[in-house]
Design a protein around this ligand. Structure first.
Ligand code: OSB
Ligand code: MG
Length: 371
């Protein structure tokens, strides 16, 4: 396939409720949608970088820069692109910037599948027709408000409850959830790198709560200290921020720094690498799940497709569109088909179209590049 045109749209979508993590409070989503066009077909991908480098080192502006200056010119020069994996030499020419690469690669995967008339899930080797999902609950102003939110998410049927923690809001709120809702709720905590090894004794207080896991307690780029911490904790550690590639996954697993991996397509540079991490974890008996980055319907559709692979045995963070958006930008919104369960679409590509009116409503800037 020859790519004739690539379009970059910057969108700003207000969140229904502010979302607070240990690294800050988000009020709206400011991100890039990549559209790639070939012979009447259009593929869509979404960048998961935030406006500022608070989660990892990328930002909306660096994604734009890398795509415009380095990646798009090379993609438009390609004489043949048979498969999304053919983008690899271009991606290898730029170190890092995985969210920028993933946004473009996701659009090319969607385009490739639409041209072939197959679903993205099938093309990736997905085997599940439906996926279980959980919810990620931000830091709430008080424990009472957190308990209300947890109760409402349990009532909605979410299969996993993840709660953001930070120093000063960790052991007490998690204990309060166990006291109110019991020990059987599938519960976990995500620290987004808020602790150091000095906090080991403090974090040990979480062990009696029988959490499914604690996600990324230590530095965003650390593997070694997580191994040290894991030897002290009975709660399994799950790495998020620290895993950028299948090589990182191998190192983390080999030194015992992670017992579970959160796979985010953007963070690891695209669907191809995400699948490699899944396959490696499958061979090692390490369960994985698909994380979220407050995506629009486009990113959610990509997450659903990758979650259909067999070793995604733990419910991911892909909640329905209406958890975050008044109006999503896809034609059909992502919705539960049973409580806590999403159907994997069978239509071509990501299986969702674009709601042009909603899309245009959120666009703040557009740039187009032709062959
Ligand atoms: O660490 O998983 C994370 C949101 C923003 C940044 C980082 C994370 C998150 C979430 C939200 O937990 C997951 C979602 O519902 O999209
Ligand atoms: Mg996380």
């Amino acid at each position: 396939m020859l790519i004739e045109q690539i379009k970059l749209d910057r969108l700003q979508m207000p969140l229904k409720h502010p979302f607070e993590t240990s690294f800050g409070r988000l009020m709206k989503r400011d991100f890039i949608v990549v559209s790639v066009q070939s012979e009447g077909f259009i593929g869509f991908g979404e960048s998961t970088a935030f406006p500022l480098p608070f989660y990892n080192e990328e930002s909306t502006e660096t994604v734009l820069y890398i795509l415009k200056e380095l990646i798009i010119p090379q993609v438009l020069k390609m004489e043949k692109l048979k498969h999304p994996e053919d983008l690899d030499p271009i991606f290898q020419s730029v170190k890092g910037h995985r969210m920028a690469k993933a946004a473009l690669e996701g659009a090319v995967w969607d385009l490739y599948c639409k041209k072939k008339g197959i679903s993205l899930a099938k093309a990736l080797g997905g085997t599940k027709g439906e996926i279980d999902v959980g919810v990620s609950i931000g830091i709430e102003p008080t424990i009472e408000e957190l308990l209300d939110r947890v109760g409402s998410c349990i009532d909605q049927g979410y299969k996993k409850i993840k709660v953001k923690i930070k120093p000063g809001f960790d052991v007490k709120p998690m204990e309060a959830i166990r006291d109110r809702f019991g020990m059987d709720v599938p519960l976990m905590a995500d620290a987004n790198s808020a602790y150091t090894l000095q906090d080991t004794d403090h974090l040990k207080q979480l062990d009696p709560l029988n959490l499914m896991m604690i996600e990324q307690p230590l530095d965003y780029d650390d593997i070694i200290d997580h191994g040290t911490l894991q030897r002290e904790l009975s709660t399994p550690i799950c790495l998020d921020e620290s895993i950028h590639s299948v090589e990182d996954a191998r190192k983390a697993v080999e030194i015992g720094a992670t017992k579970i991996i959160n796979i985010k397509v953007g963070r690891v540079g695209g669907l191809t690498e995400a699948k490699k991490i899944h396959d490696y974890c499958q061979s090692m008996g390490i369960p994985v799940w698909c994380g979220g980055m407050l995506e629009s319907g486009i990113g959610r559709a990509h997450n659903i497709a990758i979650s259909s692979l067999g070793k995604f045995t733990i419910p991911g963070d892909t909640s329905p569109s209406d958890r975050y958006w008044k109006q999503d930008i896809t034609d059909a919104e992502v919705q539960f088909y049973k409580p806590g369960v999403l159907k994997v679409p069978e239509g071509p590509g990501i299986g969702y179209g674009i709601n042009e009116q909603a899309f245009n409503h959120y666009v703040v800037h557009t740039e187009s590049f032709q062959k």
